[in-house]
Write a protein that binds this ligand. Structure first.
Ligand code: BV8
Length: 222
């Protein structure tokens, strides 16, 4: 039977495309305290600051290009059964040709209406008075899963983790839950677990290959 591969990516896969990671030196959380910009409480306190944070990241993501690691995963999916779960909110996997990544933490290029709960494509800047294209209510928020909120697509992810024979973690520190528990969950279901990362995260991996994603991911896929 063909291998069923689950790949989990984090901010490290987009680092060489110029997009900031969170916990590395100079990372995003050192510039903006996550409590202020990645929690519902922070948004309620100061929506303008949150929009400033995500407008900057949305502009950066639009200016960035997918790198060799994003392209290698898209190439693998052309001839293997790959479920891609990403913690990233940029669209670099899609722009590298991977059709349907599972964005468990939401997407920079989408807006969520707190009034009618509709999600909309949104590629420009967002302000506190930005209105919902469906119900016209002001107060749109980025369609991002913040700390304390329930990640998207958890059932679909759980099903993929129970069926997979190989689990590959790429560019994530493994510090954010529930994503941090996926490798152990896959291994408990009998999968071989592999980490491709700049440095080992010391998670439950059968194999660890260290180095920049643009080197270790194409080598793994080859
Ligand atoms: C949940 C928003 C319940 C989008 C993010 C107390 C109260 C409430 C919750 C909790 C709590 N204690 C714990 C929790 C759970 C909490 C959590 O995990 N907190 C942590 C901090 C302890 N989690 C939650 O709240 C989640 N929700 O638990 O709900 C629930 C759960 C399941 C079912 C039902 C109910 C929601 C978490 C989502 C939060 N939103 N982001 C955004 O702004 O981007 S998380 C944020 O961190 C990003 O999404 C990011 O992707 C994610 C993970 O970070 P990484 O991607 O790993 O990035 P990091 O910088 O950490 O690491 C980069 C790695 O890359 C490093 O290893 C580095 O070595 C490597 N690297 C760097 N350069 C390269 C490289 N690798 C290769 N090549 C390179 N060139």
């Amino acid at each position: 039977m063909a291998e069923q591969i689950v790949i989990l990516t984090g901010a490290g896969i987009s680092a060489e495309s110029g997009l900031g990671t969170f916990r590395d030196a100079g990372g995003l959380w050192t510039q903006y305290p996550l409590e202020d910009v990645a929690t519902p409480e922070g948004f309620a306190r100061n929506a303008g600051l949150v929009h400033e944070f995500y407008n900057m990241r949305r502009r950066d993501a639009r200016a960035a290009q997918p790198n060799a690691a994003h392209h290698a995963i898209a190439k693998l999916a052309a001839h293997q059964q790959v479920t891609l779960v990403t913690q990233n909110v940029d669209d670099l996997h899609e722009r590298a040709g991977f059709a349907d990544p599972i964005h468990m933490h939401g997407e920079l290029m989408r807006a969520l209406c707190p009034t009618c709960t509709q999600s909309h494509a949104w590629t420009g800047d967002m302000q506190t008075e930005s209105a919902c294209p469906s119900c016209d209510a002001p107060g749109l928020r980025p369609d991002i899963v913040w700390f304390g909120e329930i990640p998207y697509h958890m059932e679909r992810i759980g099903a993929a983790l129970s069926d997979c024979s190989i689990f590959v973690s790429i560019g994530t520190s493994g510090e954010v839950w529930p994503a941090a528990g996926f490798a152990a969950e896959a291994r408990a279901n009998g999968a071989r677990t592999i980490e491709l990362n700049l440095e080992p995260s010391n998670g439950p991996f059968d194999e660890v290959r260290t180095g920049p994603a643009t080197q270790v991911v194409p080598a793994f896929v080859a």
